[in-house]
Design a protein around this ligand. Structure first.
Ligand code: UT7
Length: 340
């Protein structure tokens, strides 16, 4: 893939509204230090995370998606009936089937949409964004609800300090639509994208336990616990190497020098990974949007929540050039440049 190849996909699609939701319950680093051998000092210095949100027992991924989606619909000024495509990026669906997107469709009464999930772990929201972009660019659909959402708290081994301090629950949503004359006047839209995966790295981050590889134990009532297995250092290295390259390609395809970026909204996994990407692009710390200190790594939701917070807080302004970049299990990664 040449770094100088422009993105030939026409800029037809834009973001019309965003929304997000995080559960009420806060789990602080001090709370975690009571259940595993860790400390606030270790977690903050190695990751930047101070606290995370944990969904209530009966609160499902589709419940969180629905709350985020309602806010996105409201901010876009549309009705649920106008949505003709719903894509949920999640690795913690309510159940193996039907898709979480179909539950969201039911909750919203979005009866004119086709709804399905995409599995790309922490890159799920950006994968959903690019799939929706191609549907809209192709003329097949005009108004998409895309959601990134995860309830990783159900997959966590709460005795494993290597992983339990990192993750949290939440959902973020956006409405994508065909550009209006107003959008064309401000040149807002999705400018470029890179989607990538490397199946040779499936083993560095995975959650076995439920799926076709699972042999049911002699007593089928006893289903083994699905648990996150992660080789932290390997994930760290794969994240920095692959996402830095993807960012450079996405920026180049958008026809922008990195210095013209107003904001990076990176996957909120580890502030040290964010710093590595930002430094490689030669950008100062204030150009990276961070909320991982409040929410930890919310997997597919992280970029979607951050995008909504950046928008609602006024950090994002009309005409800003924004780089979105995500990575996670697969290994799967993505980068996109948008003009707000
Ligand atoms: O969306 C993708 C999701 N995953 C990621 O992005 C993870 C990427 N990786 C990372 O962010 C980092 O590798 C971690 C934060 C997971 C770990 O940081 P590290 O600097 O790579 O630490 P390490 O794994 O090398 O561990 C250093 C030490 C070890 O002790 P010894 O062997 O040196 O005695 C660990 O056992 O820190 C220990 N350790 C902890 N200590 C206190 C590991 N976790 C903890 C903990 N509290 N929570």
């Amino acid at each position: 893939m040449s770094h100088s190849t422009p993105d030939t996909t026409p800029c037809v699609t834009t973001i019309a509204g965003t929304g997000s939701y995080v559960p009420e319950r806060i789990l602080s680093n001090a709370d975690l230090a009571k259940i595993v051998d860790t400390s606030d000092e270790w977690i903050v210095s190695r990751t930047g995370i101070r606290e995370r949100r944990i969904a209530a027992a009966g609160e499902t991924t589709s419940d969180m998606c629905t709350k985020a989606a309602r806010l996105a619909i409201e901010s876009a000024g549309i009705t649920a009936a106008e949505i003709d495509l719903i894509i949920v990026g999640t690795v913690t669906p309510d159940s193996l089937f039907p898709s979480t997107a179909c539950y969201v469709q039911q909750n919203l009464g979005a009866s004119n949409a086709v709804a399905f999930d995409v599995s790309a772990a922490c890159a799920g929201f950006l994968f959903a964004m690019q799939i929706a972009r191609h549907f809209i660019n192709g003329g097949n659909r005009s108004t998409a609800l895309i959601i990134g959402a995860d309830k990783l708290s159900v997959l966590i081994d709460w005795t494993d300090r290597n992983t339990c301090v990192l993750f949290g629950d939440g959902a973020g949503a956006a409405i994508l639509r065909r550009r209006t004359p107003d959008d064309e006047a401000t040149a807002s839209g999705l400018l470029s994208s890179v989607l990538a995966s490397d199946g040779n790295l499936t083993g560095i981050l995975h959650a076995p336990g439920i799926g076709s590889a699972q042999t049911l134990p002699p007593n089928p009532a006893v289903i083994p616990e699905p648990i996150i297995h992660m080789m932290g250092k390997e994930v760290f290295k794969a994240a920095v190497k692959n996402t830095c390259e993807a960012c450079e390609t996405a920026i180049s395809r958008a026809g922008l020098p990195a210095a013209d970026l107003d904001l990076i909204i990176p996957h909120q996994a580890n502030v040290r990974i964010v710093d590595a990407i930002r430094e490689r692009l030669g950008l100062p710390p204030e150009k990276a949007f961070l909320n991982l200190q409040k929410y930890g790594n919310t997997s597919g939701a992280a970029i979607a929540i951050a995008l909504d917070e950046a928008s609602r807080s006024g950090r994002l302004k009309k005409g800003d050039n924004v780089l979105l970049v995500a990575f996670g299990a697969g290994f799967a990664w993505a980068a996109s440049v948008i003009r707000w």
